[in-house]
Design a protein around this ligand. Structure first.
Ligand SMILES: *[C@@H]1O[C@H](CO)[C@@H](O)[C@H](O)[C@H]1NC(C)=O
Ligand SMILES: *[C@@H]1O[C@H](CO)[C@@H](O)[C@H](O)[C@H]1NC(C)=O
Ligand SMILES: *[C@@H]1O[C@H](CO)[C@@H](O)[C@H](O)[C@H]1NC(C)=O
Ligand SMILES: *[C@@H]1O[C@H](CO)[C@@H](O)[C@H](O)[C@H]1NC(C)=O
Ligand SMILES: *[C@@H]1O[C@H](CO)[C@@H](O)[C@H](O)[C@H]1NC(C)=O
Ligand SMILES: *[C@@H]1O[C@H](CO)[C@@H](O)[C@H](O)[C@H]1NC(C)=O
Ligand SMILES: *[C@@H]1O[C@H](CO)[C@@H](O)[C@H](O)[C@H]1NC(C)=O
Ligand SMILES: *[C@@H]1O[C@H](CO)[C@@H](O)[C@H](O)[C@H]1NC(C)=O
Ligand SMILES: *[C@@H]1O[C@H](CO)[C@@H](O)[C@H](O)[C@H]1NC(C)=O
Ligand SMILES: *[C@@H]1O[C@H](CO)[C@@H](O)[C@H](O)[C@H]1NC(C)=O
Ligand SMILES: *[C@@H]1O[C@H](CO)[C@@H](O)[C@H](O)[C@H]1NC(C)=O
Ligand SMILES: *[C@@H]1O[C@H](CO)[C@@H](O)[C@H](O)[C@H]1NC(C)=O
Length: 852
């Protein structure tokens, strides 16, 4: 699970570890079973599942065109006639699956892990490829896919997002923000004892929403009473992992309990209680609050600390969440590799999420921490709302003033040395006589017996850090322990130039300390230290420690950082349509939200971060932290507009996003692992989608661009050769009405290839009062763009078709970007980002003024 690691080096290491783990998994099974080939397969049947039984959609009968009626009337489709708790039907379906398996694999060994019956009619089963072949030959079976692995990809953010005066105020304050909405989390579980999930913080009544029918598992580590009116559902899904022999009940917990920390963190970012004090390592860092502090939480644990997770378990979790009646699903997980086949969209998780979309559920997914290169995004489908990570404005900066009057800034949530200069002593110069001279990492200060206390006492101890700290081979905590044992006045960490370095997150330190985050500044420190110390000519031992320094504390936050800014690890578009990395005509990510240095609840037994082990809160970074911000904000929108379709929710968030930072300059995107602050340039839609979320504006979007399930079906049918696969996954035939991705009514326009000229349409629906709009735009470089009409008036509820025509003026394979703005006289501003990658012009040398 590579959830939090923000540093490039970190991500690479995590990925390598995951790949090795994957290979190990395959082999451990074959040794245990003497059967080299059995594996988990996800099998889908042709007969419709529960959701479809009375809401069957015939794609054939629909007609899609510019402004055909099928585009209309999409705002009120929320689970119109979908029965969400058809339990009898579920057990009936399960028996049908058993019968099918018995018949197809007569007398053979197999193991059914799950029956899916709500979103998908199918099951997960452990069989050999031969048996899988037999199953796929059955006439009832429509699809057989190999299971695959996935990984997990805020005290201040409510203020930064303007919630207290903005969105919360409109919703009646933090006392009611999000009430009545249930968010389902597919994650590592939850620590139910955390005060962020208590339901006794308010005197107002707080009923469990009636549309939610989920339950809570009861186990010894998740006892009866763990759930309440805040935490309304909790289950775990591990059958695929258990089957592979890699599930370890003592660290993975066979219950919804979070043994990792990640799931507790994401749930509290979205819906944790308001005003819970954050106290870590004895320091108070302010009060935490979720984005929708009165929304309800339902937990579907399908990810585990030690190995990540598997699609069969994730699909089971999604199926259950939909059946229980959640309003929103938040996934801070991404697949470990691009799904094979004709299109990335056709994989079991995205197809289960399409069914969830059809049932009216808004689905949010982290973009992945695989940035910053193009096409690094790991969330693919247009019905999924994909969220990238941006920095917000809070930084905890501390600094060290050296005796030569040079100041170096660093990180570390630590107190300072009160302006007194202390002597600097490098760990390498304070070795005890008995210390093992052959420990090449002795400078990482992991064992106090290596050092001479007389030399360290009352001084600042200099220790090194390296990638070993991310791998858990060394820890900051242990180095602090060493310093304490030796009665040091504080600790200075520098980046070891001989072992690959990386960027460390701010970590709470119990005594004065600082982590110097760059190799350049680390050299400055060492140069000063060496030039100020007197060494014996032959032994090279220090005879006089001459270097002094004082640390100024970093516990107080300051809000000076130029924000928002797209973090280098946040995965980027364009959206790869297939494993050949052809570009889809779909914008990814959809949006960015705060994801860097996010304080949120931590599991009391969470082991994902050594530095926060045993703490109640942790500061984490990643797109995993960005996605639940949007889940919480979506709950506020859903509370205000209960009948919004998932597309309408996504449109409200997208069209109102901001492209400017705090100083009204373009939002910047970091573009390199190394020295990300020096490698940045203005963010494009492939970095930030529509932009940075504006919660206040999203609650009053003016216009909405809606998309129905049928349109997504037609889009999938428009992919070359997709008809049999679409049939296999959905049980529906593709009709004649395929549409191109550019014609999906998205609040963005993305063209992977503009051949001479093309016109696309968008249909806007006015959900506000009567308003008159005017349209403005700037065209991507090398393209002329025209939008018509340029002025229109819409009464409340009325719709307007916009024609957008593109003409290439140059030949180019470099992406260029533009924007359409629709400005209402009541103040609504609706933004549509425009991206064109390959451009092929007419053979004309005539000069056209393509720069409007
Ligand atoms: C949606 O349905 C509700 C009640 O069923 C109705 O009041 C509302 O006008 C509908 N909205 C739209 C946009 O059709
Ligand atoms: C739901 O189904 C019932 C009967 O099956 C029907 O009368 C009703 O109109 C349907 N409602 C909607 C919103 O489709
Ligand atoms: C669809 O399912 C059938 C039956 O399992 C299988 O033979 C066929 O290969 C599948 N088609 C695709 C394109 O996956
Ligand atoms: C399971 O985890 C526990 C605690 O982390 C560990 O001590 C034990 O060795 C593990 N068991 C296996 C079979 O890996
Ligand atoms: C934080 O919460 C505590 C109690 O929960 C409260 O006493 C305190 O005033 C809060 N502080 C702020 C800054 O909101
Ligand atoms: C130290 O540097 C500061 C600013 O960098 C300067 O104002 C001050 O005079 C310097 N002090 C000495 C002793 O050089
Ligand atoms: C700094 O001052 C504070 C309060 O004045 C005191 O609690 C703390 O121990 C001092 N720290 C050091 C390193 O002297
Ligand atoms: C967010 O939207 C509100 C309302 O439209 C606006 O007043 C505010 O300036 C926006 N904030 C940013 C950062 O764009
Ligand atoms: C999709 O786009 C292609 C190329 O631009 C075009 O030839 C085709 O007619 C379009 N299909 C539909 C259904 O609009
Ligand atoms: C809004 O426009 C409609 C249709 O033009 C009109 O009937 C209605 O009176 C208008 N409402 C307001 C409040 O102006
Ligand atoms: C662009 O490429 C097309 C096809 O390769 C060619 O016909 C056209 O002349 C080129 N246009 C320019 C301006 O070079
Ligand atoms: C493009 O135009 C140029 C001059 O106008 C001409 O020489 C060339 O042959 C044309 N190319 C094509 C492929 O028509």
């Amino acid at each position: 699970m590579g959830a939090a690691g923000p540093a490039g080096g970190v991500n690479k290491v995590v990925i390598v570890v995951m790949v090795c783990l994957g290979m190990f998994i395959g082999c451990s099974w074959c040794q245990d079973n003497g059967n080299a080939e059995a594996a988990v397969y996800i099998v889908t049947l042709k007969q419709a599942p529960a959701t479809r039984s009375n809401a069957e959609v015939k794609v054939k009968d629909q007609h899609f065109g510019s402004a055909s009626p099928s585009r209309m009337n999409r705002l009120n489709r929320t689970s119109s006639n979908v029965s969400r708790s058809d339990r009898g039907y579920g057990s009936y379906i399960s028996r049908v699956h058993d019968t099918l398996l018995r018949k197809a694999l007569r007398g053979e060994k197999y193991l059914k892990l799950y029956s899916y019956h709500y979103l998908i009619n199918g099951f997960a089963v452990l069989v050999t490829p031969q048996q899988a072949g037999k199953l796929s030959g059955r006439q009832e079976v429509s699809n057989v896919v190999l299971d695959f692995s996935v990984r997990t990809a805020t005290t201040h953010t409510p203020q930064f997002l303007g919630l207290p005066q903005g969105a919360w105020a409109k919703e009646g304050g933090s006392e009611t923000a999000g009430e009545g909405i249930v968010i389902g989390f597919i994650d590592t579980g939850i620590d139910p004892t955390h005060p962020s999930f208590s339901d006794t913080t308010s005197e107002n009544s707080y009923p469990v929403p009636q549309h939610f029918t989920g339950i809570c598992e009861v186990t010894p580590d998740f006892p009866s009473g763990s759930c309440n009116r805040k935490l309304v559902g909790a289950r775990h899904f591990a059958a695929s992992a258990i089957t592979r022999g890699i599930f370890n009940a003592s660290q993975d917990y066979a219950s919804p309990f979070d043994g990792d920390g990640h799931g507790t963190h994401t749930a509290s970012v979205a819906a944790g209680n308001h005003g819970v004090p954050v106290v870590v390592a004895g320091h108070h860092f302010g009060n935490a609050s979720g984005m929708a502090p009165r929304a309800h939480i339902a937990v579907y644990k399908a990810l585990y600390k030690s190995f990540g997770g598997f699609a069969a378990d994730v699909v089971a979790a999604i199926d259950q969440a939909a059946q229980d009646g959640v309003d929103i699903i938040s996934l801070s997980i991404t697949p470990n590799r691009r799904p094979p086949g004709i299109a990335t969209f056709f994989n079991p998780i995205d197809m289960a999420l399409l069914s969830a979309f059809k049932a009216g559920i808004f689905v949010i997914q982290a973009a992945g921490n695989t940035g910053p290169s193009p096409k690094s995004i790991f969330s693919f489908s247009p019905w999924i709302f994909t969220v990238g990570a941006a920095a917000h404005d809070r930084i905890y900066s501390n600094s060290i003033l050296l005796g030569n009057n040079v100041t170096i800034s660093g990180v570390g949530l630590a107190p300072g040395t009160n302006n007194t200069m202390c002597t600097l002593v490098s760990a390498l110069d304070a070795l005890s006589d008995s210390s093992a001279g052959n420990d090449m990492y002795v400078g990482e200060c992991q064992d106090s017996t290596n050092f001479n206390q007389d030399l360290v006492q009352g001084n600042l101890l200099i220790c090194s850090y390296s990638i070993r700290f991310v791998l858990g081979l060394s820890t900051i905590k242990q180095a602090m322990e060493t310093a304490k044992n030796l009665s040091a006045a504080g600790v200075v960490f520098y980046m070891d130039p001989f072992v690959i370095g990386f960027q460390l997150n701010p970590i709470p330190l119990s005594m004065p300390g600082i982590i110097i985050p760059t190799p350049e500044d680390s050299k400055v420190l060492l140069r000063y230290y060496n030039s100020s110390s007197e060494r014996d000519g032959t032994t090279k031992k220090i005879v006089k420690f001459g270097a002094v320094a004082c640390i100024s504390g970093g516990i107080k936050a300051n809000f000076s950082y130029l924000a928002p800014k797209i973090m280098f690890y946040s995965a980027r578009g364009p959206d790869p349509e297939d494993t050949f990395l052809d570009d889809a005509d779909i914008l990814k990510p959809n949006l960015v939200a705060p994801g860097n240095f996010i304080w949120a609840a931590w599991s009391s037994r969470g082991t994902d971060s050594i530095e926060f082990q045993g703490e109640n809160f942790a500061m984490m970074s990643g797109t995993s932290m960005a996605a639940p911000h949007i889940a919480g904000l979506a709950a506020l929108i859903k509370q205000k507009y209960p009948t919004f379709s998932p597309s309408a929710l996504g449109s409200a968030l997208s069209t109102t996003a901001s492209q400017l930072d705090k100083n009204q300059a373009p939002i910047m995107a970091q573009r390199a692992y190394a020295n990300p602050e020096l490698n940045q340039s203005p963010a494009t839609p492939f970095d930030m989608g529509s932009g940075f979320v504006n919660a206040t504006a999203a609650l009053d979007p003016g216009l909405i661009f809606d998309i129905s399930y049928d349109e997504y079906a037609s889009f999938l049918c428009g992919i070359n050769g997709s008809a049999p696969i679409f049939l296999n996954y959905t049980g529906q035939s593709c009709g004649v009405c395929a549409i191109n991705a550019t014609d999906l009514n998205l609040p963005s326009i993305t063209m992977s290839k503009l051949n001479q000229s093309q016109t696309v349409q968008r249909l806007a629906t006015n959900i506000g009062a009567n308003e008159t709009y005017s349209v403005g735009w700037f065209a991507p470089y090398g393209v002329t763009l025209k939008v018509s009409p340029t002025h229109f008036s819409l009464a409340s509820g009325e719709r307007q078709v916009l024609n957008v025509s593109f003409t290439a003026q140059i030949n180019s394979t470099a992406a260029s970007f533009g924007r359409i703005g629709i400005f209402g006289h009541l103040g609504h501003v609706v933004n549509i980002p425009v991206s064109v990658i390959v451009k092929i012009s007419y053979n004309t040398t005539s000069d056209t003024n393509f720069l409007q």
